[in-house]
Design a protein around this ligand. Sequence first.
Ligand code: ASP
Length: 354
Amino acid sequence: MQKVVILGTGGTIAGTAHDPSRAWAYQAAQLSVAQLIEAVPALQGVPLEAVQVAQVDSKDMSWSVWRQLGRALHVQLERDDVAGVVITHGSDTLEETACLLQALHDGVKPVVLTAAMYPATSPHADGPGNLRDAVHVVQEAARRCLGGVVAVMHGRVWSAHDVRKAHSHALDAFDGGGASPLVTLARVDAEPDGGLVRGLAGIGLRAEVDQLDEPTVEIWPSAWPTCGRFGWGYLEVNPPRVEIVCSHADADGWLVRAMLAHAQTSERPLRGIVVAGTGHGTLHEGLTQALREATQQGVTVWRSSRVARGGVLEREGDEWPAVPHLTAAQARVALTLWLLGVGTLDRLGAWDLS
Ligand code: ASP
């Protein structure tokens, strides 16, 4: 049986708190990925390997962590004895990492990101169940020859380009920006679980988990993300600077002009701006004027929306390309990659990875 490799990068899933009654008072990225695996009884006997790639709160995610991740993925996905990879990640920037990895993944094996909203020591820790589900999804996807990048959270599987954090503190925090989940994992209550307590007791932390559920994968769609052709090598270069601005009442372009004033003086000159427009990607007149000045100075502008669902559909005659379904943060990743040569713009200006 092939192995599933779990790459740890930190996040709340690896977080600990010393006062479980204060759910928000914890430190992300404290436990190793090996400790996380050990704490999930359902994973005992499953052929797994743990690799600690990074240990960060994902609010601090960076290109250099992505580079480490790309290198680790390259090594692990090449192995004949590996079915696929799970990445434990913070929830805050999971959508950016997912978008990046989906654009670059050029193999045929599944890569599944997972996270947690409550730290590992919480009585309501969701990480163990999510980790177990993520491993299960890798195994099932590999068995069905499905590659590509997906995220598994709270019993649902999301495509890498759809997934986004949609709630700042609820357990059910992710959605697809209007797109449906690829798979809903049916949850069947199983035995109450003392395994997490056992797993964490050794390091002196309090942990009680009500129960872990056994997942059953019900319907698997054909619309699974497919792997591209670009490869992890793009992470080896230094990325161009791409910033995000938002359109809002009184947006007169001041911020854009301030950026332009320093654009060429910094070590990494400004190369791109993603603008999170109102509604269907519309922009304040004042901001529009400043963005035209940016374009004249060679800065690439792409539009997204600050609205949570629906995205911006590209239309004939658009002044700047729209990034149909990505969040502004994902669009920043996409534009960065596009400036490095990843993908093309189709006739209407959408980012095309084929
Ligand atoms: N700040 C944490 C992180 O993104 C939040 C989480 O993981 O839920 O690493």
